[in-house]
Design a protein around this ligand. Structure first.
Ligand SMILES: CC(C)(COP(=O)(O)OP(=O)(O)OC[C@H]1O[C@@H](n2cnc3c(N)ncnc32)[C@H](O)[C@@H]1OP(=O)(O)O)[C@@H](O)C(=O)NCCC(=O)NCCS
Length: 164
């Protein structure tokens, strides 16, 4: 990527002989991506994943999240972002009929290359503890399971009303 938001299409694969384009996600992809995520066991959508929040995420991380498109069909999607020092992937999913053709790996590779372009040296992700096939995929790609870490979480309090 030479400049934010101008990342080129990175790779093309051909399951069943038809070209599949891997390219950065735009706001126009979000409807199809949310449909894929909603129907993919192993992906947990919650209140953080409203269309407005996802548009904000893409705007704050231009060119990093990726989709796989075969013509108008969305076959895969992943969110990728960073906070200046560490990259994060969320919601990697590939349509069931397109799995095991290399699309997931290419989506992840495109994300990591984009992070590398920005000088981000490491990337993390969250995985449901019972997602054994997801874990097997990540391990196949060489990702390490950090058993020494746990995730802690708390709701952010609502903003206090402003005094006049
Ligand atoms: C996990 C997922 C994204 C993998 O996508 P995919 O396109 O099928 O994966 P790929 O074809 O790119 O596979 C890359 C490598 O991982 C291996 N792999 C893929 N799925 C695997 C699995 N369930 N178990 C073991 N290995 C797996 C492939 O054999 C391939 O190995 P190779 O490079 O030696 O040939 C897909 O199965 C999916 O959408 N699952 C549901 C959502 C989910 O659980 N996402 C992960 C949580 S974030």
């Amino acid at each position: 990527m030479t400049r934010h938001g101008e990342q080129p299409t990175r790779s093309v694969v051909h399951p069943a002989g038809r070209p599949v384009e891997i390219r950065p996600m735009t706001a126009a992809d979000l409807g199809a991506a949310r449909r894929l995520w909603r129907t993919s066991p192993g992906i947990g959508l919650n209140e953080s994943d409203s269309p407005a929040n996802l548009r904000t995420f893409l705007g704050r991380n231009p060119g990093l999240s990726q989709v796989a498109r075969q013509g108008r069909r969305l076959l895969g999607a992943v969110l990728c972002g960073h906070e200046g020092r560490r990259g994060y992937l969320h919601h990697l999913a590939v349509a069931p009929e397109a799995r095991r053709t290399g699309i997931g790996k290419r989506l992840v590779t495109a994300c990591l290359e984009s992070l590398a372009d920005l000088g981000i040296p490491k990337c993390s992700l969250f995985l449901f503890a019972n997602n054994e096939s997801g874990l097997a995929f990540w391990q196949r790609l060489g990702w390490r399971d950090r058993r020494d870490l746990v995730i802690l979480q708390a709701p952010v309090p609502r903003p206090r009303p402003r005094r006049r």
